[in-house]
Design a binder for this molecule. Sequence first.
Ligand code: GDP
Ligand code: ZN
Length: 366
Amino acid sequence: MARRKGLGRKKRSTVREKMWEEKHEDSFTHDLARHRRGRLRLGEAVDAVPGQPEGKCLPNATVITHSRRWAFVSYDDGLSDAPENPGPLCRIDERLREEEESLLAPGDRVQVQFEKGEGVVVAAAPRKTRLMRLGGVHSRIKQQVLAANIDELVIVASVKKPLFSPGLVDRFLIAAQQGGVEPVLCFNKIDLDAPPAAFLGLYQELGIPVFCTSCITGEGIQELEDCLAGKLCVFAGHSGVGKSSLLNAMDPELKLVTREVSEATLKGRHATTAGVLYMLHRDIRVIDTPGIRALGLWGLSAEEVSLYFPEIATESLYCKFRNCTHIHEKNCAVQKAVQQGVIARARYESYRRIRSGIEAMKPDWL
Ligand code: GDP
Ligand code: ZN
């Protein structure tokens, strides 16, 4: 279809079927034998490329999905049809160094060089924004980047099946602010029940665009689409709230796998396994990443939590103690504001939960 941009039809369907991974993952083992020469940092090119300032990354492609050694990319205009282009599957140069942060993530801008009939990712550009989760305790990578260069984090909640949970929304709002990403809130399944009016007002007051949608009646889908046109986004939210259905509704050709919400638990099942960037019409690009469920509030100290709740941060200026935790102190302006209904109780409860969650993780010696 002419209305789509970027990847050609054939290439994109390859990504959707995730065949490339099965086809090529075996060959990774052969790569292990390669000598690891000097290693480079993010944003540096591997070789001095003719006509390019040494060590600079001149991106010409975007990462669609990747594994440790291979990246599936979408080339910038003008390069995708170039006769010397060997295709979207590229080897990642072994000398690119993975430091504290993941080397590549869907949405990353990279420089691909064509060498002897194969595309090689020789450099990755610094990220403008990122959504991260903490690496495991034993993981070498401390900050696992789930998606790079995101414009919008679409936080999806459903009014029913599963029930709306404000706590998760507040966590995602913090993660968005940390990564420099604009948040958007989407109340889905409004065919089942009315969206919670108090929360609609609350988030709108915080300056967050709110959309109410139904994938069954189509209500609100156009408005959401208008907001996301031309942007790179990530959909986040509980499993089963309708993230895949929303993407399918925005572009019926996409045909993402959706699963019936498990009636037994109403928690839903996990249908996807690896992060992939999808191109929809109107230049909407979406990174679908299952890891988003475990989005961590990396590097956030208990004291900093209030800074990510603007209404609490504002009110805290009137607390008696400068280091007030707003939990047990007397003369706490925040607690007073909650009692008076100036700060929404649900938001305050989120604040307490997130704060105590971080405190519980703090090592004894701190
Ligand atoms: P995801 O896990 O967030 O990607 O959720 P899915 O898109 O897989 O949807 C989970 C279930 O909710 C599926 O059975 C969908 O058919 C259903 N669903 C999605 N959107 C809506 C909606 O707007 N209204 C209703 N009634 N059901 C929906
Ligand atoms: Zn206080």
